[in-house]
Design a protein around this ligand. Structure first.
Ligand SMILES: Nc1ncnc2c1ncn2[C@@H]1O[C@H](COP(=O)(O)OP(=O)(O)OP(=O)(O)O)[C@@H](O)[C@H]1O
Ligand SMILES: O=C(O)c1ccc[n+]([C@@H]2O[C@H](COP(=O)([O-])O)[C@@H](O)[C@H]2O)c1
Length: 193
């Protein structure tokens, strides 16, 4: 089975993430896309995040109606901060018959050379790049690497930051997340302060 891994903090998951994941399942040769919820991105402050378990719950709720989209808590049991190269090695060992690739926005490709053992990652896994609107004009030279493939996908420029700020400022954010995720955030009073 071919699995695309979509790594993220998902604080919270939003329709931008879902549209990309669904696009890859429907319009590439991937059989499934797994949202890998990262407890601690090595480049972000952990204290600014909602509890891991709540971020995972929201991803689970979001993918309920999509049989080929899955929530993964694989990084919850791995050392933190979570280096993607370690997670990929762990997944490859745990699921020897699966073929894993990574899904990444082209904005993130510009920072890939700062990731732990990125050369190992690039040599061993294919990376599927989707377009983003980026303030930076230059494209990383890694785009021409033989394991990197650019895939056309819709561009939906919303962010989890916009959602968190909207909640703090009592703004309606209902269209930006699946209804069931909106209900959960509302019930749990997430991101109010
Ligand atoms: N609207 C979007 N469309 C496509 N990819 C996105 C979008 N928003 C975020 N991503 C990408 O999805 C991955 C996980 O997203 P992440 O959890 O960081 O969400 P975010 O909306 O960027 O969060 P924040 O605003 O808190 O930084 C990251 O690689 C990020 O670049
Ligand atoms: O492995 C690394 O060195 C590394 C450096 C920065 C980010 N990452 C991963 O990139 C993913 C995207 O994170 P985020 O917080 O932008 O959604 C997340 O899984 C991080 O662990 C990984």
């Amino acid at each position: 089975m071919k699995v695309g891994l979509f790594f993220g903090s998902f604080n919270p998951i939003h329709i931008g993430h879902l549209i990309i994941a669904n696009h890859f399942v429907e319009h590439s040769d991937l059989d499934q896309v797994w949202f890998v919820v990262t407890p601690h991105n090595p480049h972000k402050k952990k204290s600014s995040l909602l509890a891991d378990i709540h971020r995972l719950s929201m991803v689970k709720i979001a993918v309920e109606d999509y049989p080929n989209l899955k929530a993964s808590n694989i990084e919850f049991g791995l050392p933190q901060p979570n280096y993607t190269v370690n997670t990929l090695a762990h997944l490859t060992e745990k699921y020897p018959t699966h073929q894993f690739s990574m899904i990444m926005g082209e904005d993130n490709l510009n920072g890939l050379h700062k990731w732990k053992n990125y050369e190992i990652l690039l040599e061993n896994y294919s990376i599927l790049i989707y377009p983003r609107v980026s303030k930076k004009l230059e494209t990383s030279e890694l785009i021409s690497h033989h394991n990197i493939e650019k895939i056309e996908a819709p561009i939906i420029e919303i962010s989890a930051t916009l959602i968190r700020n909207s909640i703090k400022n009592n703004k309606n954010f209902k269209p930006l997340v699946p209804v069931a995720v909106w209900n959960f955030i509302d019930e749990m009073n997430f991101y109010k302060n």
